[in-house]
Ligand binder design. Structure first.
Ligand code: 5GP
Length: 176
C-alpha cells in the first residue's frame, strides 16, 4: 500500500491533451522518482512471480510500455520485445490495424520476436478503451504464441477496456 501511494502521487492529469476533452494521465513523474519507478517494477514482479511463473517473454507497447517492460523483463530474467507503430521496425513484420481513444493506428511486431508456443505478458502504461492491448494480443496470437495477461500501471475503469479484452486478464496498479 505504501508503494501504491508513492506511485499514485506521481500521476498527474493534463486536461485537453492531446486533443480537447481528453484528461491525459501523465506518468513522467514516476520516471523522475527512482523510488516510484522501483515500486512499479516491484509490484509487477511480485504479481508475475505469484501468478505467471511460466512466463517466457515480456512484450511492451509503443511508446510508454518501453519504459516499464524492459525493467520487468530484467527482474524476471526473460527477454523483451517491442510492438511499435507502423513503419518503425526493420525486417519482416506482422501488423494489425486498430482504433484508439483519440486516433486510428497500426501496430507491428518483428516476425522473429516471438516464437510459437511462448507464454507472453504484455506491458503498457495505461489501459483506456482497450483497443491498443487488444491489437497487441492479436499480434501475439498471429505468431501462435499465448498471451497470459496484460500489465498496466493505470486502468481507466470507466472506459471498460478490460471487457474489450474479454478472457485476457488485466492487472493494474492504479485505477480511476
Ligand atoms: P486504449 O487503446 O486502451 O484506448 O488506449 C491506451 C493507449 O493509449 C496506451 O498505449 C496509452 O499509452 C495511450 N493513452 C491513452 N490515454 C492515455 C492517458 O491518459 N495517459 C497516458 N499516459 N497514455 C494514454
Amino acid at each position: 500500500a505504501e508503494k501504491l501511494d508513492l506511485i499514485s502521487k506521481c500521476i498527474r492529469t493534463f486536461h485537453d491533451f492531446p486533443t480537447k476533452g481528453i484528461p491525459f494521465k501523465d506518468i513522467c513523474p514516476i520516471l523522475k522518482d527512482p523510488k516510484a519507478l522501483a515500486a512499479v517494477t516491484d509490484l509487477f514482479e511480485e504479481h508475475v512471480r505469484r501468478t505467471y511463473p511460466q512466463v517466457d517473454l515480456i512484450v511492451g507497447l509503443d511508446a510508454r510500455g518501453f519504459l516499464f517492460g524492459p525493467l520487468l523483463a530484467q527482474r524476471l530474467g526473460v527477454g523483451f520485445a517491442p510492438i511499435r507503430k507502423k513503419g518503425k521496425l526493420p525486417g519482416p513484420t506482422l501488423s494489425v490495424a486498430y482504433s484508439l481513444e483519440y486516433a486510428k493506428a497500426e501496430a507491428e511486431i518483428q516476425e522473429d520476436a516471438v516464437s510459437a508456443g511462448q507464454k507472453v505478458l504484455i506491458v503498457d502504461d495505461l489501459l483506456a478503451t482497450g483497443g491498443t492491448l487488444y491489437a497487441a494480443c492479436e499480434l501475439i496470437k498471429q505468431q501462435k504464441a499465448e498471451v497470459l495477461g496484460c500489465l498496466v500501471v493505470i486502468e481507466l475503469k470507466y472506459l471498460n477496456g478490460s471487457e474489450k479484452l474479454q478472457s485476457t486478464p488485466v492487472f493494474s496498479l492504479i485505477q480511476y
